[in-house]
Design a protein around this ligand. Sequence first.
Ligand code: F6P
Length: 363
Amino acid sequence: MKKILISTGGGDCPGLNAVIRGIYKRAKQEKGWEVYGSIEALSGIMRDPPEVVKLTRSKTAGIHVRGGTILKTTNKGNPLMYPVKDEQGQIIFHDITDRVAARIRELGFDAVINIGGDGSQKISEALHRHGIPIIGVPKTIDNDLRGTDMTFGFQTAVQIATDSFDKLVTTAESHHRVMIMEVMGRDAGWIALHTAIAGGAEICLIPEIPYDVHKVLKRISDRYEKGRGFINIVIAEGAKAKDGTLTFSAGEEGSEHVRLGGVAFELARQLKAIGCKQEIRETVLGHVQRGGTPVAFDRVLATLFGVKAFELVLEGAFGRMVSFQNNTIVSVELAEATQSYNHVDPEGFLVRAAKGMGVSFGD
Ligand code: F6P
């Protein structure tokens, strides 16, 4: 029997289980493959004894409908930047991918499918350089991965954000308020931009277009003067004012990332500071955007990714990431996919269309 290992890494994301099921079901069409999952990303295989689960029909049946991941996940303990305390108790980061590669070999896996975002795919790429037969599957609600037109999870996040936006419009209208809704996305404004278009926001603030708070206030004042006594703003968590800084809470121990969040409150503070007279309320959507059942599009995309990932294993086409491009499923080199990020183009058709609809980006 040949053994394949699946890992889900980084933040959870609607569609992870659909990928796992896709891989399992496709593998079972072939004779001679056993499918395993590492618990909590690749941390599972590094434990003693290893925390690895053998996937079965009953463990994977119907899981495409469920959010989260049956294999659990973590965004800590990245083997490329593994946190270790030095003698002074300071955290320093080490690259331990050689140890992970050695462990994969020791456990006798013939192939690995690593499902995750940019961080996880950099790990896939490093493991491939260490000779591990690995395939990447791009996941993230942020949609910020290069090499694919879309990641699964993104459409679900946009749907949840749009539903929430619609609910906030009623309060904005009834109370003549400025409602600011903050969405996730890290350094990419995809969720904010799609939600603003889908929901009909008047203002959309994204990391790719630093905003001028005076222009934001002008848009608000103009609208109130015209007698339209309310306004709905979508702001991406990574947005910042021109000459401003990111809004975040302190970095977490063992994590190389700072945690973003709170820019909706920062924008409200900035608007008040320059004389905004309107009543403002802030909503930070947070993790509801990653929760619950994936929308049908994400289930389909995740399933297609799972099937394709296993077929790449059969072909021996390792070091590649499955990808959705021009309405079909292809694959790209991991090295290419992890070179840079996928950001909103400030001059692109989406931003131009939104501006054509009267949406202000505060620029
Ligand atoms: O990358 C997905 C994401 O949800 C980002 O949009 C967000 O900034 C981050 O993860 C939150 O991470 P955590 O769940 O660790 O707080």
